[in-house]
Ligand binder design. Structure first.
Ligand SMILES: C[S@@+](CC[C@H](N)C(=O)[O-])C[C@H]1O[C@@H](n2cnc3c(N)ncnc32)[C@H](O)[C@@H]1O
Length: 343
């Protein structure tokens, strides 16, 4: 959290108390974002009266929120009883920036508030208490934030992955590739390539616009459907399973890998992009903490978790894949490349 403590104060503060403040700061920042506070302050400082008028809020209620946000480091107090976005808020929450954290903040607000109620029960039973994608389908705004967040994360990584992955051949199958960023990067890196993206119907909307903007409509085909029963076709040279396996348990991954094997030509490749549970040495503490918390979220809301490289490799072997290698991509994001063995 953006609460800057000097080392002396940090040593004396009980951890759970800091976590409580962090949880309240996160919730308060989410409320401010939903109410349009940060957006209203992007052009410059405003007094509370003007800000209340701009955001349609009660002056007294808003002032309490603004004071809390100032203590959390999201706002600065400006001369004349005005408030300004702090430099941290300006650099992270301006939606005009492609790297903005605003979609991530909005998405996780909804997930934690609405889906983590079932955390204890999911641990007791080992089963998710909600259907994450059904929940998303019923929430167009959260779905849009989710896909924008994924797209933002893929934007920097996609060209790098496309350059470091093995040659994809002529036909690419991008499974769960909704926002299209990876298929676009592979097509741009390989002029002879065509791609098919399979994803849930609403998840493909942003991808469609990006494909048009990239002028790739004649090379990238969208296939709306559920992976459990969608016709994946046949004769693809390479299948991408990017950030997908973590949403499924062992049985679902094994079943999916068999269906992917059936969609590939002999010797075809599967490329998995994941953060593996056995993280690379030197992974920073904040990165590891987020990944473990993300795994907890996956277990509670999707029945998945972060899997180890060895687990995914074993499930792929069971589906007929061999020559399995691990390649670095970017920090904790790594590739697993496997080839369909001749039968
Ligand atoms: C975590 S996102 C990864 C997106 C993209 N591959 C990436 O790496 O940025 C998982 C994607 O799989 C899709 N997905 C999940 N379950 C699915 C299902 N049963 N059928 C079709 N698509 C599914 C989601 O809609 C989402 O776009």
């Amino acid at each position: 959290m953006p609460l800057y403590l000097d080392p002396e104060e940090l040593r004396g503060a009980p951890g759970p108390h800091l976590d409580l403040i962090g949880a309240m700061a996160f919730r308060a920042a989410g409320a401010a974002q939903r109410l349009g506070v940060f957006e209203a302050l992007m052009p410059g400082p405003l007094g509370a009266v003007d800000l209340a008028a701009r955001t349609g809020t009660d002056l007294a209620g808003l002032t309490v929120l603004l004071e809390a946000l100032a203590s959390f480091g999201y706002l600065d107090r400006a001369p004349g009883r005005a408030y300004a976005n702090s430099p941290m808020a300006v650099s992270t929450l301006d939606r005009r920036n492609p790297w903005s954290y605003a979609p991530t903040l909005a998405f996780w607000q909804d997930v934690l508030a609405e889906l983590w109620d079932g955390l204890e029960e999911s641990v007791r039973t080992g089963a998710p208490q909600v259907d994450f994608y059904a929940w998303l389908e019923g929430r167009p705004q959260t779905l849009a934030e989710f896909q924008t967040m994924l797209d933002g994360m893929a934007a920097g990584l996609a060209p790098l992955v496309a350059a470091s992955a093995p040659h994809p051949g002529e036909r690419l199958l991008d499974i769960g590739g909704g926002h299209a960023r990876y298929s676009i990067a592979f097509c741009q890196a390989h002029p002879g390539l065509t791609a098919t993206i399979v994803d849930l119907p609403n998840a493909l909307e942003g991808g469609r616009a990006r494909i048009d903007a990239a002028g790739l409509r004649d090379r990238v085909t969208l296939l709306p459907g559920d992976l459990a029963d969608a016709d994946l076709g046949a004769g693809h040279d390479t299948a991408l399973l990017f950030n997908l396996c973590h949403g499924f348990d062992e049985a679902a991954n094994r079943a999916l890998f068999k269906r992917v094997a059936g969609a590939l030509s002999p010797g075809g490749a599967v490329i998995v992009l994941e953060t593996f549970a056995d993280l690379p040495e030197g992974t920073p503490a904040t990165t590891e903490a987020f990944i473990r918390a993300f795994s907890l979220n996956l277990a509670a809301t999707q029945g998945g978790r972060i899997h180890s490289f060895a687990e995914i490799a074993a499930w792929l072997s069971g589906a007929g894949f061999g020559r399995i290698e691990r390649r670095p991509a970017d920090g904790p994001n790594e590739l697993l490349v496997a080839r369909l063995e001749a039968t």
